[in-house]
Design a protein around this ligand. Sequence first.
Ligand code: ASP
Length: 723
Amino acid sequence: MKKTLLLLSLVAAPALAGEGKWTPQQVLELDPAWLKAQGLQVPPKRLWDPKRGTGLLAGTVNVGGCSGAFIAESGLIITNHHCVFSIIQEHSSPKKDLITDGFLAKGREQELPGKGSRVQVPRAFTDVTKEMLAAVPAGADDLARYKALDRKEKELVAECEKRPATRCKVASFEGGLQFVLQESVELADVRLVYAPPNAVGEYGGEEDNWMWPRHTGDFSIIRAYTAPDGASAAYNSQNVPYKAEFFFPLATEGVKPDDFVMVLGYPGITYRALLAEEMAERQARSYPRVIDVYGELIRIMEEEGAKDPAGKIAVASHLKGLHNRYKNLGGQLAGLKRGRIVEKQREAEAAVATWAEKRKEYQGAMKARAELLALQAEKSKAFEREFLLDTVRGAVKGPALAVQVARLSQERAKPDLERRPEFMDRELARLKEKLEREQKNLFAPADKRMLLALVRRAQGLGEGERIAAIDKTFGRTYAEKDVATKIDALYAATQVLDLAERQKMAGETEAQLRARKDPLLDFGFELATEVVALDEQRDRRAGASVRLLPEWRRAVLGHAGKPVAPDANGTLRVSFAKVKGYTPRDGAFYTPQTTLAGVVEKHTGQEPFDVPDKVLSAAEARRYGPWLDKRLKDVPVAFLADADTTGGNSGSPTVNGKGQLVGVNFDRVWENVANDFGYNPDVARNINVDVRYVLWLLDQVEDADGLLRELGVRKGPKAEERR
Ligand code: ASP
C-alpha cells in the first residue's frame, strides 16, 4: 500500500493553477484554501462524497466516450453535437436530412432513440490496487503477469456488475501504481431532443476545427429514460425520463474574463508519463505515418462521397472522425516542436535520475527506465506493420466486420473469463448493435478503394514485417488491376455486408462460418490469425510495462514532491481554470470570447461557413433577447479557459464556482493540441460553447418553449398562449 499512499496523500496545492486533470479523490485531498482562492464556492465535499457516491460530479456522465451533464431533473443531458452525431445520422436520409436541418422534438413523443446509445452515471470509485497486485503469482513472466491482472480485473468487474444496470471498469493510474474500480449506473434508453443544424453545430467545419477564434455551436441535448419503476431499461415507449439526483442549473448570466470555471468530464488518454524517447518516436515517426495514411483515406472517402448523395451520408460519421484525428495529429506535431516538449521531458527525466540515483529506495527506477527504453525500441520496430494491420481491420468496414464476426465465433467458444474483453458476454449486446449500426456507414465504392490503398502499402512492407493474410489473399507484389479485381470479387461474393446475413453470422460457430465459403469472411479469418498473434505480443509488452513503469513513476512523483494529476485514462476528472485569452504567436493576442457578430462575419454562404437563414436573420436583426452580454454588446458564442482537457472531454460541463453550467467544452486551440504530452500555461486553452449561445438559439431562433421551461429558463405564458 505504500506505493498507493504516495500517489494520494500529498495534501497541498498544485504548482500551476490550470494544470491537472484531478481524480475525485484527489480533489478532496487538495488544499481547500487553495481551491477557495481559485474561486470554488461550494465545499469540495459537495463535488464528491465518496461514502455515498454522490455529489455534483454524479451529474457528469459518460456519453459513449464523450462527456455530458444533466441539466434538469427530468433526465436532460447536454453534450456536444459531434458526440451524438451518429444518432443524428441514424435518423437522416437524403429526404429527411436532420444533419443539415437540425432537429427539435416538440414533445417527448417526438424524441428520437439512438440505437445502442448509452449513458453512464458515476456511482463509486474503489481502490483495488492490493487485490490486483496480489493476483500476480511470484516469478510470473511478463505475459503471465498481464494475464493474471487481466483475469483479476475481469473478476472484479463481474462481481461489481452483479448489481443490476451497473457498468464497471478497473482503471490503471501511473502505469499500474494504482488501480481503481469505477462503478457506474448505465442508462440504455437515450433519445435526441435537440440538435442544431450542422451549419451551427459544426460551423467552420474542418477549417476551424482545433482553432480559435471559434464560432461553432457544438452542442446537442439528449434525454435518458428508464422503466417506469426507475430501473435502467432498453428503449420502450412506456419508459419515463430518468430522474437525476444531481444536475447543473444553467448560469444564465454566463461568464466574463478571469472568472473561475471547472471542466468536469472523462478525458480519454494523455501521454505525459511517456519517456522523452517514446515521445520523440511519435514525433519523428509514428505520427507522420498516421497522417500520411489517414490523409489518403480521407481523400478517397471525399472523392467517392461526392459521386453519390447516399454515399456521402454513409461516410459522413467515419470521415468526420478521421478528419478530426488527422488535423489533431498535425497540431500535435506542430506543438511538440514549438513547445520543445521532448527536450523539456528529457531535462525533467535527467533531473529525476540525478535525484533518484542518490536515494536507495529509488534504485529500481533507473533500471526500470533502461528496460522501458528497450521495450520502446521493440515497439518502434514493429510499428509499421502493426499500424497497417490495425487500419485494415479497423478503418475499412468490410474487413473490419469480417474480422469481428470471425473473432466472435472463436472467442465465444471459450469460457467467458478467458475471452478477450471485447467478446465477453457483457459486451455481446453492444457488439451486435454495432454490427447492425455499421450498416448505415457502409459504402462499398469508398471501402474498396481504401482497402486497395492499404493493400498497396502492406505489399510494400519489408521482409520480417509482412502481413501474411494480405500476402495470401492478394499476393506479395502490388499490381493495381489485379488487386482491384480481387477486391471486387471479395465484395461481390460476400454476405458480410448484408445486415440480415451478418446478424445470422454473429450467432454461428467457426465451423459454420467457414463452411459458408464466403471470400470476405475467409479473408477475415486470415486477418484474425494475425490479430490473435498481435494481441498476445501486446499483452506481453503490457505485462512488461506494468512491471517497469510504476517503479519509474514512483521516482518521478517522489521527486515532484507535490500533488501530480495522473495521465488521463477515461475516468472522471476535474480541471480548475480561469476564462482567459492567449498569445498564439508573436505580436498577436486572442481575446477569450467570440460573439454573434463573428458568426455573421465568417458567413460566406458556402460550406463550412453557411449560416442557416433563421440564425442569420435573428443575428442580423440583433434579436438578442435577454442573452445580450452588456460588456460585449452582443450574444457570446464561445469562450476560452485554461482548463487541462483532452479528447473525451468533449461535451464536458464547464461550470462556475457555484456548480452552475456556464458552457460546454468541445475543443482545444491549435497551439494546445500537444498538451497531451505536456501542459504549457501560455497556450493551454480549451474551447467552450457559451451557455448564452445555447439559450439564444433555443429561445430566439427555435422558440423551443417546452425545453426552455424544463430548463427553468422560460417562465410566463406558454408559447401557444402568447400567440
Ligand atoms: N474535440 C475533442 C473531443 O472530441 C476535445 C479535445 O480534444 O479537446 O473530445
